[in-house]
Design a protein around this ligand. Sequence first.
Ligand code: H2B
Length: 96
Amino acid sequence: MPVLAKAALQQALEQRSDWTIVDGQISKTYSLATFPFAIEFVRQIADAAEDVNHHPDIDIRYNKVTIALSTHDEKGITEKDFALADTIDQLFAAAQ
Ligand code: H2B
């Protein structure tokens, strides 16, 4: 799974909402209703990550969950990152 070229990366970001590049990773912050909801959301993300053996950096601050993704093995951003990003967006939508 190769690192995405700049143009492909920009297009992938434009096709999604609220994902940005932070320190070489794609990143998004989600706001949940409560701290327990944030923890449950992270629990679901952990299961999804294990399913695909691809793991995000996760920052939890009260009801805010920030996800950052890159592909360590490729030292950059690949389709794997966007695939998991899409799954996480679906988990969030289902939690609303
Ligand atoms: N997660 C991420 N984000 N990038 C990787 O390259 C990666 C991973 N590789 N999870 C997996 C685990 C690899 O280290 C294990 C050995 O399969």
